[in-house]
Design a protein around this ligand. Structure first.
Ligand code: MN3
Length: 202
């Protein structure tokens, strides 16, 4: 079964002024589409063809660079679109808010830790908030299209929030000002979507 590029649940311009429409259009229509096509080509006719993307990544042979890069790229962007939305931002609530306080001390401390992970990832990569089976949250960053589902990569656990810090995610609007893009991201996080993933992964 081939993977499909998911439709966005909002328009390309819906995240403005925080993320511009042109960036969203290229990011979804070109970059994510490319990872999807390349992943499908790579797994066609192999045993991976009938697995979920999560299963492919959890059991990944890290030396299989094509599946690592394109499978990671497919999963990471699916998550990214899902945890953003127009008129979002604000603060998490409920069990997720409690878990953030437990792990980091406060929401502001979490935001600082996550933002620092995103800002200091050298070159292309992602910052993550991950939940472990006991509900404990951890933050890490990974290179390229890697993610913590992959064996031995990052903080482990299940990613419930991810921030793409590849230049293609922000350069048109922010040029080299990655910290401004990171700050803006907090205005479009859909905390209800993150809370759903938290409940599923805890
Ligand atoms: Mn990207």
């Amino acid at each position: 079964m081939a993977f499909t590029l998911p439709d966005l649940q909002y328009d390309y311009n819906a995240l403005e002024p925080h993320i511009d429409a042109r960036t969203m259009e290229i990011h979804h229509g070109k970059h994510h589409n490319g990872y999807t096509t390349n992943l499908n080509n790579e797994i066609a006719g192999t045993a991976l063809e009938n697995e979920t993307i999560e299963s492919i990544l959890k059991n990944l042979d890290l030396d299989n660079k094509a599946v690592r890069n394109n499978g990671g790229g497919y999963f990471n962007h699916c998550l990214f679109w899902n945890i953003m939305g127009p008129n979002k931002g604000g603060l998490p609530t409920g069990a997720l808010a409690k878990a953030i306080d437990n792990a980091f001390g406060s929401f502001e401390d979490f935001k600082n830790t996550f933002s620092k992970a995103a800002a200091t990832q050298f070159g292309s990569g992602w910052a993550w908030l991950c939940v472990h089976n006991n509900g404990v949250l951890k933050v890490c960053a990974t290179a390229n299209q890697d993610n913590p589902l992959m064996p031995g990569i990052g903080c482990g656990g299940t990613p419930i929030l991810g921030l793409d810090v590849w230049e293609h995610a922000y350069y048109l609007n922010y040029q080299n000002r990655r910290p401004d893009y990171i700050e803006a991201f907090f205005n479009v996080i859909d905390w209800d979507a993150v809370a759903t993933l938290y409940t599923q992964g805890a």
